[in-house]
Every structure is written in C-alpha cells, then in structure tokens.
Ligand binder design. Structure first.
Ligand SMILES: [Zn+2]
Length: 377
C-alpha cells in the first residue's frame, strides 16, 4: 500500500483546522448580529420600524424597532433614544426598562432602544471590551450586548480621511463618519449612519415629538458627565428637571454648543420643533483609567484603579469603593426622564405627559434595574 507523505497529512490537518476556525468565527459573527430579546410590557401599543420614516433603511442593519406606548389620553409626546452608542449600556438598558415596565397615563412615549442597531454587532478595536454582560432579573439572568461607539465597518466602509458633516460643512476625523451622534439631521441618500439619523429626524417631524432625550454614558474622568446637555429651546425644561431631581442626585446643565454639529441636542433642536436633550452618566467601563474590563465591571462599575484615580482628583464625579453600578446609572436616566415628562406642562404649551407609576430613584438602586425587567424566557 502506498504511504501518504507526511507533508500531505500536515497540510490536510491544517486545512481542516482552518475550515473549523472559519466556521467557528462565522458562528461568533452571526451570533453578534442577533438582537437580544425585548419583551413589550403592558404599556406598548405598537412596534414599528425606523424604515417607516426612512424607507432606504429597509432590509439594512440600520433598521431598528420603534416601540410606541400610547396612553390613549391626548397629551404631549416624548422620544427616548437608547443605544446611540452601544458601549454606553445604561442608556439602552433604561430604554428597555421603559418598554417592559412603563405604562403612560397621558400622552405618548416612543422608545428606540437600539438607535444604532449596526453598532451592537461589534466592539471597538483595541478596547478588549466584553461582547455581553448579564443582568439579574427577579427570576434569572438576562444577557445584553455590549457594542461599539460606531456603526459596524462591515455595514459602512471605508471611512474617508475626513468626515464632512453634510449640512454644516464641519470637518471631523474620518472615524466619526460612523458615529450616529455626529450624523444629524442625516440624509436619506447618505451613508447608513446618516440614513439612521434621517429616519429619527423624520420620525420626530412627522409624529410631532415634543421632547427628545438621547441617553448616553461617559468616562468618569470626562468633564461632561452626570450632566444634561440641552438645546436652547429645551433649556427651561432641563432646568426644571435639574431642580426637581436635586433631592435624589445632582445633575449639571450645559447648553448645547451652537458650533458643534451633528449631535442630537443641536441638530434635532434646530431642524425640528422638539425639545432636544442628551444625558450622560458615569460609566467606568468606558474610561481610560480602569483595570480589567469585563461584564462585571460594566454592571458593578467597581474598579480599584478608579478609586485610586479619584483619590488623586483625576475623576470628575464622586467615586468610592462601591463604584457606580449600572442600576444607579439607569436610576439617574429614568428619574430624569420621568421628571421631564412631568415638567413639560410647565415648560411647554400646557400639554401633559405622564409616564404613570414609575419606581423612585432609591427604589431602582435598592432593587436593581433587573427587578423592573421581564424575566428571561
Ligand atoms: Zn455617547
């Protein structure tokens, strides 16, 4: 019998291993494309798609669910954006909590938990970020995606060297081409990221959204953190909210710079009639000073290096051994949203928006954000 040469056997084994690796990676990438389940709660009256407002998004990774919570009682409307930056998880977790728990009593609430849907399917290069994190509900753990600041390059590539913001001519680094929060008001025939921004702008226009709140997080060492940034038309509303939540937590108020373009709090206020605000909480897993990054850091917000940095005065928010948990960060967002809804009647033309029975700030922290989420199915 003829013997098979060793190099042929070696080549065959290597080829087989390569095929296995490709199949394994294809599975991993395919899994990353799957959205975690969201369970519409008793307040949800419709689930629409962003492509209704920008048909060019249909069938693309940029299309995303829009949850409508219509109280049936005439009143004001609010749009909440989570997941503009999917590496800022308290924003979209707060949005999911609204979908699964909130039952408005008056007015309409719109929620987009995955504003940049494509950016949930990858993580940022060189960050060693986890792809998922877990939240304990009343009956078991749910797994959520930890994504990227920017649209997946598989969906929009290549980046130009410079990003020219279409409506202002502002020039930024080419990497910002895929940043949804530099793309507003967006373009129907632009990049995928610009189409998403256009869809959101059109939604606000056609549905007559009164308040738009874009939920973000930032590094604890960043200057704009534990803050609300408000368009000048929304400044009065944000001020009322700031006073209203003061007994629970301090939030600083910043006016949206008029010469920084592409952001929700600037362009949505300029191009639509909505009162546009953006809110930031402190997320240690996003900063530059943390140690090992994993799902536990995302959820607990505890990090010994941030404790040390805080003792040197290098952190702009109070930071102790207990860290800043995702429940505390969500509690800030949710309390501020409920407050702005309640305050709108005083800041706007008299129409009311009532989000119904929402848990208090301290309750969310004590019970954990998972207490208000649907159990895993
Ligand atoms: Zn952000």
């Amino acid at each position: 019998m003829r013997r098979i040469p060793v190099h042929v056997i070696s080549a065959s084994i290597l080829s087989l291993l390569a095929v296995c690796a490709v199949i394994g990676l294809a599975f991993v990438f395919g899994e990353a494309r799957k959205a975690e389940p969201v369970y519409p709660g008793p307040g949800v009256t419709a689930v629409r798609r962003l492509s209704e407002w920008c048909p060019a998004l249909s069938g693309t990774a940029g299309d995303t669910d829009v949850y409508v919570l219509d109280s049936g009682v005439p009143g004001a409307s609010m749009l909440v954006l989570g997941g503009t930056h999917p590496n800022e998880p308290a924003g979209y977790l707060s949005a999911i909590m609204l979908i699964e728990y909130c039952r408005p009593r008056c007015g309409i609430l719109y929620v987009i938990p995955r504003a940049n849907n494509s950016a949930f399917s990858c993580t940022d290069p060189l960050e060693a970020a986890p792809m998922t994190f877990e939240i304990e509900t009343q009956n078991g753990k749910r797994v959520f995606r930890f994504g990227s600041r920017a649209t997946n390059p598989v969906d929009q590539w290549p980046d130009s060297e410079e990003y020219v913001h279409a409506s202002s001519g502002q020039i930024l680094s080419g990497s910002e081409t895929r940043n949804l929060n530099r793309a507003y008001p967006g373009r129907e025939d632009g990049t995928l990221t610009e189409k998403v921004a256009f869809g959101i702008t059109q939604l606000i226009r056609s549905e007559g959204i009164d308040i738009t709140a874009d939920l973000h997080e930032a590094s604890p060492e960043y200057t704009t953190v534990n803050a609300v940034v408000a368009h000048e038309d929304a400044f009065g509303l944000a001020l009322l909210m700031m006073w209203d939540v003061e007994e629970n937590f301090r939030i600083s108020l910043e006016e949206s710079p008029k010469n920084l373009h592409g952001l929700t709090h600037r362009e949505l206020g300029d191009y639509t009639d909505t009162m546009a605000v953006l809110m930031e909480t402190a997320n240690p897993s996003q900063g530059r000073l943390h140690g090992k990054i994993d799902g536990d850091l995302v959820v607990s917000g505890r990090d010994e290096y941030y404790v040390r940095a805080s003792s040197y005065g290098a952190v702009t928010v109070p930071y102790g051994e207990e860290g800043i948990s995702i429940s505390e960060r969500c509690a800030r967002h949710i309390t501020a949203l409920a407050s702005m809804a309640g305050m709108y009647a005083f800041a706007g033309p008299g129409e009311e928006l009532d989000l119904g029975d929402m848990p208090a700030y301290g309750e969310i922290i004590a019970n954990g954000i998972g207490y208000y989420l649907h159990d895993p199915v």
